[in-house]
Design a binder for this molecule. Structure first.
Ligand code: 6GU
Length: 257
């Protein structure tokens, strides 16, 4: 997968050299290119922002540097090509992190993991001039995406989160392929359930024993216990998720929990 990132703070993305994603880059599974938006400015101060039309607090990112950045990374087609709906080459999916976007979910991460090329545009201040998004939509798929109901100072940390969620789903990135299917929110049996507690050695720690069932060797009972714990944790922290289960996802023994 190819990933391009445009930002005024390229230093944030040094984190992509570390751990799982660092290894994925070194082995060629991930091809990441980080670009400094200021490379597409032409004034002495390398200005990327200006005051908002209509007034109000804060600053808005100017359309010109963004337009040139997107043109350079994903060039507009010159000769329209009927076979590809008017474009002669491949285009990335443009992803814009913003608290006013659609929610980022495990399902969206899985869809992004199936794409060959993602382009992340990190806004700062009050956001990017909206015409940049409108114009980009005429030549590539564009998603405005939010991590949740809170406000970050800019898109950089949100993009790191999304790249980690997507990157670990790419074939060959995780050591043990099983570790994806048991995740909270993984499609299948665990869909819309939070994972329950986990334990390792020693068997007793500070007078606290590991639950007996996990030492029993009864795989059926262990699976049942894990599901019960997941249901309990979901009811406690995310009762909103249980309505999904109520629509056909609960068995008779679940209902007893
Ligand atoms: Cl994706 N960006 C910003 N700036 N703030 C956020 C967010 C994204 N998701 C939640 N808050």
């Amino acid at each position: 997968m190819r990933i391009d990132i445009v930002t005024i703070f390229p230093e944030y993305f040094a984190a992509l050299d570390i751990s799982l994603l660092g290894k994925a880059r070194r082995t060629g599974l991930l091809d990441v290119h980080v670009h400094d938006l200021r490379d597409w400015t032409h004034d002495r101060h390398r200005t990327v922002d200006d005051t908002p039309y209509g007034g109000g607090p804060g600053m808005v990112m100017k359309p010109d540097p963004w337009g040139e950045a997107l043109d350079t990374i994903a060039p507009p087609s010159t000769a329209p090509c009927a076979a590809t709906g008017g474009r002669s080459g491949a285009v990335p999916r443009l992803i814009i992190p913003t608290p006013s976007g659609r929610p980022f979910t495990q399902e969206l991460a899985a869809r992004y993991a199936a794409e060959p090329w993602l382009l992340f545009a990190c806004g700062r201040y009050e956001g990017i001039d909206s015409r940049v998004v409108d114009e980009a939509r005429t030549r590539m798929p564009v998603d405005e995406v939010s991590l949740g109901d809170f406000v970050l100072a800019g898109g950089e940390v949100a993009v790191l989160v999304m790249i980690e969620a997507v990157g670990r789903l790419l074939p060959g990135v995780l050591g043990n392929a099983d570790s994806v299917s048991d995740d909270s929110f993984a499609p299948g049996a665990m869909e819309s359930l939070l994972e329950g507690p986990v334990y390792t050695k020693p068997q007793v720690w500070r007078e606290r024993p590991v639950p007996d069932v996990l030492l029993s060797g009864h795989h059926g009972e262990i699976a049942r216990w894990r599901r019960d714990e997941a249901l309990r944790r979901t009811a406690k922290h995310r009762p909103d998720l249980l309505v999904h289960l109520a629509r056909g996802g609960l068995d008779d023994r679940d209902r007893a929990v």
